[in-house]
Design a binder for this molecule. Structure first.
Ligand code: GDP
Ligand code: MN
Length: 344
């Protein structure tokens, strides 16, 4: 097969192998990453593992998004680690820029101030990334037809065989948000995220459901407890992010400027939203999916799960995690109690 058959100058690029025809039982879903050309090595490693553990049996398509056009080298490199369809997309300039309401001079001062206060404190591109992942990716044209997405990143590890379809599993069980690891956020990166969230709730109580898992993110003083789902892995019913409530919440956060003046991550934003808009039985911990992203690792402890994996569960962060324990115990509260709780 000539090289040119899988190198195309269009936005959508197909692999050298013909895509497997979708089985009727497959979900409308894809495995999605925002990634740089320079992440090729790490992305090949992740895709190879996803294929070996899961996707060689299911052939879900991959969607790679980038603020820069993908290089032929990137596409060529990926084509050797999967037989599934791969779609490549670039972002609109407006998705990777300071929104008009932001003051560039003020942003510059904020980056300077925060440069040494926390990781990525001085990085503008990291902030574009977090804002895109928070409120924009699900509207990208390549994701338009998807009901579910599975987010992946370069340089992560998947330790366990996954013999079922997690997307259909979500659908059949009414789950709308799935995660593996729930750590604590760095407080300094989200100093005004919670007060801003409370103001949004006060102005939009009609967007809160009758009951929710909001208690998971609120401490005894009514403050944000820093718990979040680590969004470098997430399997999500995209109707959550495309809902009127989520869009209204994101727009409000965006207008407040915290993605740039501070360094709000998409993980706390997704997580506060999921807790605020979903009930406990709509959120699923994929305990069976052993996973590592630099910094934290999850390895299943129950023996029947661990036997499918190549990891050491005694080294797993998740069985020590405060937020994970809280997730195991949390109960839904009513909308009335939620509004009381946040003094709205
Ligand atoms: P961390 O996990 O918070 O340390 O951040 P990462 O560096 O892993 O970035 C998160 C995701 O966004 C990864 O999939 C990166 O490849 C991607 N990413 C980060 N910065 C950029 C960027 O400037 N451009 C593009 N295209 N992707 C980026
Ligand atoms: Mn990462």
């Amino acid at each position: 097969i000539p090289l040119t058959s899988y190198l195309s100058d269009t936005d959508t690029n197909f692999n050298s192998m013909p895509p497997a025809s979708p089985a009727p039982t497959r979900a409308k879903a894809a495995i999605v990453a925002l990634v740089r050309n320079s992440d090729l090595k790490g992305m090949r490693s992740t895709v190879r593992q996803i294929e070996d553990r899961f996707n060689h049996k299911f052939n879900y398509p991959y969607i790679f998004l980038n603020d820069q056009p993908f290089t032929d080298e990137f596409k060529h490199g990926i084509s050797f680690v999967t037989n599934s369809e791969v779609r490549y997309g670039t972002l609109n300039a407006s998705d990777w820029n300071l929104p008009d309401h932001m003051d560039p001079a003020k942003v510059e001062l904020a980056l300077e101030k925060n440069k040494h206060r926390y990781i990525y404190g001085g990085s503008l591109s990291y902030r574009f990334m977090c804002r895109f992942q928070s409120g924009l990716f699900f509207d990208h044209p390549l994701l338009q037809d998807l009901e579910y997405y599975w987010r992946i990143e370069p340089d992560v590890d998947y330790y366990c065989d996954i013999d079922y379809d997690p997307f259909l599993f979500m659908k059949e069980n009414g789950y709308r948000y799935g995660f593996t690891i729930a750590p604590l956020e760095w407080k300094k990166t989200v100093e005004t995220l919670w007060p801003t969230t409370l103001r949004w709730i006060q102005q939009n109580p009609h967007h809160l459901p009758d009951k929710s898992m909001i208690d998971w993110v609120v401490d005894n003083n009514g403050d944000y407890n820093m718990c979040h789902f680590w969004s470098n892995f997430e399997i999500v019913d995209l109707s959550l992010y495309r809902s009127e409530a989520y869009r209204s919440y994101f727009d409000y956060l965006d207008k407040s400027g915290g993605f740039f003046y501070e360094r709000w991550g998409d993980a706390p934003v997704h997580s506060i939203a999921a807790s605020m808009f979903l009930s406990r039985d709509e959120i699923h911990w994929f305990e069976d999916i052993g996973y590592n992203h630099p910094g934290n690792m999850h390895c299943p402890r129950p023996q029947e799960l661990n036997l499918r994996c190549i990891c050491d569960s005694t080294k797993s962060y998740t069985y020590r995690s405060h937020c994970q324990r809280r997730f195991a115990e949390v109960k839904d509260i009513s909308k009335f109690d939620a509004l009381q709780k946040v003094h709205a």
